[in-house]
Each structure stands twice: as structure tokens, then as C-alpha cells.
Design a protein around this ligand. Structure first.
Ligand code: 5GP
Ligand code: ZN
Length: 112
């Protein structure tokens, strides 16, 4: 049974796509926590950062470069935040690796 983000990637569940390439796609979060809140996800299913391996090294770097590119195209010149939640204590709720791109407001530190 494909996961939620695999279904979005396959076009089976609608989402507002903001970027696509061979390895990744990026879409607006359904419950945005900032004026810009984009999910950057690998097309290939990887459950979490903890489940990734050496073969994913370039892909994980690529996800972050894509996030920075989207930040640029969304005019986030004052900065932005990228977050990967991992596992239950990390606050991960969708078990398909994703980078949150948040911007358009000042972020707080430490995160909750
Ligand atoms: P996590 O909590 O796993 O780090 O992040 C999962 C994110 O996916 C959450 O920010 C949540 O709002 C978002 N999300 C959950 N279901 C959907 C959905 O059906 N569509 C979209 N676009 N985002 C979703
Ligand atoms: Zn998946």
C-alpha cells in the first residue's frame, strides 16, 4: 500500500506542486506553519532519514539544494528554515522522507 506522499507523487492525491525534477518533487503543505511551507520529497520512497543509507547521500543533498532554489523563487531573501523530522520523538507524522521549507516570517529558536 503506497504511502501518502507516494500517492501525491503519483498524482493520485492532489497537491499544489511548486517544483519537479527527475529525483524530487515539492508541494505546498496542507497545514502551513508559515507563509511559505513546502514539502520537498524524493520521488523514491525512503521512510525517514534514519532509514536512509550511503546510496542516498547525493539525493539528500539534492533535496536541500532544491529547497534553497525554491526559497529563492519564493523571494525568501531574508532567510528561511529547512527541517527534517525523524521518528516519533522527532515529530515525523508522514513516513516518507521530506524536507520542510518554511519562510516568510521570523522563525523561533529553539523549536518546540
Ligand atoms: P512531518 O510531521 O512528518 O514532519 O510532516 C508531514 C507534513 O505533511 C505535515 O506538515 C502535514 O501538514 C503535511 N501533510 C499531511 N497530509 C498532507 C496532505 O494530504 N497533503 C499535503 N500537501 N500535506 C500533507
Ligand atoms: Zn512514500
Amino acid at each position: 500500500m503506497p504511502c501518502l506522499f507516494c500517492k501525491i507523487i503519483a498524482g493520485e492525491i492532489p497537491a499544489k506542486m511548486v517544483f519537479e525534477d527527475d529525483l524530487t518533487c515539492a508541494f505546498n503543505d496542507i497545514n502551513p506553519q508559515a507563509p511559505t511551507h513546502v514539502m520537498v520529497v524524493p520521488r523514491r520512497h525512503i521512510g525517514s532519514l534514519a532509514e536512509s543509507g550511503a546510496e542516498d547521500e547525493e539525493l539528500i543533498g539534492h533535496l536541500h539544494l532544491v529547497a534553497a532554489q525554491i526559497a529563492g523563487s519564493h523571494g525568501l531573501s531574508n532567510g528561511f528554515r529547512t527541517v527534517i523530522n525523524t521518528g516519533r520523538d522527532g515529530g515525523q507524522t508522514v513516513d516518507h522522507l521530506h524536507v520542510h521549507l518554511l519562510g516568510g516570517r521570523a522563525m523561533h529558536w529553539p523549536p518546540g
